[in-house]
Design a binder for this molecule. Structure first.
Ligand SMILES: *Cc1c(COP(=O)(O)O)cnc(C)c1O
Length: 384
């Protein structure tokens, strides 16, 4: 059949994430910003760092923003600010990027894996409740929970926050994938006790290297975070009042992020447009992601559910469509993490999702014609 002839290789290649399109849009401003830093020479905690912190806090409505060297450091710093360590249990979803649990383990505390929901893929309140009840049997003190806003949509905080409050848990939102989204009238950065995000280049708001930030409304915590990211600094540079780390955000990256933040609002609108086109083209063909009532997403990933994933991936690859699997192994099954406990009842939804998820190309500059090629290829891969 004519349809099966390999037309795709003759077409221009499709990018999974096209950072070049954004660079073509704001390239001159980015280059100017970088040059300004090169010329003023304040490479460590230069004026752009405080400036981007002001703008990030204003963007999401949080009182305080403390930038740092990565999203992973943002998680670690927030946990350090709460003195979380050995003997403490911290609840994390089983289905997330490894950094969520890594930050906990790195501080000597125990990550406890909680299952996720089949829709939205975020931490399941029932599994969290069971895990909290099981904590004392494990000889651990339940201290904190890290809901993850997977693929760009905020977790179900309306149900998770009351549960955490009932048990006195510190709520650290892992918003590495969701900065710019909102749920129930609250913007990401203002939900929970603190919010960690990442500016890794492939995140919805990325810089040109590693970077991250913690948001909080608590002035005391913000001051503590500022000290912790700079070697536990006290009143002056060589006074160290606590054990900290070198976790500062780079001035060059701050300068880049200021320019990227200026177009981020537009890009969020464009991301939603891309997600809507996928939804319209693929609903009923594969499992398509939705957003819960009262929720928005910044679509860090557009992740569908398919059966026979290997075959679908191969067919898409032959058609020139790149894909990725986020994530193929739930954390309880990762070799480095097998020693850590899971909620009673295990994490069956995470197991099942890990076998069926498939992320499609997603970025704000994805053109409708290119997207239609992708949609067409997915339909043929699944139906053929
Ligand atoms: C990317 C990511 C992180 C870590 O961010 P880095 O900046 O890469 O350290 C943490 N949690 C989640 C869910 C992520 O996707």
């Amino acid at each position: 059949m004519g349809h099966d002839t390999p037309l795709a290789p003759a077409m221009p290649p499709i990018d999974f994430i096209d950072l070049g399109a954004q660079r073509r849009r704001i390239g001159p401003r980015l280059e100017e910003a970088v040059l300004r830093v090169v010329r003023h020479g304040k490479y460590i905690l230069g004026p752009e760092v405080a400036e981007v912190e002001r703008r990030l806090a204003a963007f999401c409505g949080a009182r305080h923003c403390v930038t740092c060297a990565s999203g992973t450091d943002a998680l670690v710093l927030a946990l350090m600010a709460k003195n979380i360590g050995p003997g403490d249990g911290v609840f994390v979803p089983a289905f997330t990027f490894v950094a969520t649990a890594e930050a906990v383990a790195w501080l000597g505390a125990t990550p406890i894996f909680v299952d996720v929901e089949p829709d939205g893929f975020a931490m399941a309140p029932a599994s969290l409740e069971a895990a909290i009840a099981d904590c004392s049997r494990l000889g651990l003190t339940a201290r904190a929970v890290i809901p993850v806003d997977l693929f760009g949509q905020p977790a179900d905080y309306g149900r998770l926050l009351p549960l955490a409050a009932r048990h006195g848990l510190f709520v650290l939102a892992d918003a590495a994938q969701s900065f710019g989204a909102a749920r129930d009238g609250r913007r990401v950065g203002t939900i929970g006790d603190a919010t960690a995000t990442s500016f890794f280049p492939a995140k919805p708001l990325g810089c040109y290297g590693d970077g991250g930030a913690v948001f909080t409304d608590d002035a005391g915590m913000a001051a503590l975070l500022g000290s912790l990211r700079a070697h536990g600094q006290g009143g002056h540079r060589y006074e160290h009042v606590r054990i900290g780390m070198n976790g500062r955000f780079d001035t060059l990256q701050a300068a880049i992020l200021i320019e990227k933040l200026a177009v981020f609002g537009d890009e969020i609108v464009a991301r939603q447009r891309v997600a809507d086109r996928y939804g319209a083209g693929l609903a009923g063909v594969v499992g398509v992601p939705g957003t819960a009532a009262g929720s928005s997403s910044v679509w860090a990933q557009y992740t569908i559910l398919v059966d026979g994933r290997d075959r679908v991936v191969a067919a898409l690859s032959a058609a020139g469509v790149p894909t990725a699997v986020h994530y193929p192994i739930p954390l309880p099954g990762q070799i480095g993490y097998q020693r850590y406990p899971s909620a009673p009842g295990g994490t069956p939804v995470s197991e099942s999702l890990s076998k069926r998820v498939l992320s499609l190309p997603m970025h704000p500059y994805l053109e409708p014609a290119v997207q239609d090629r992708i949609i067409d290829a997915v339909r043929r891969a699944v139906e053929g």
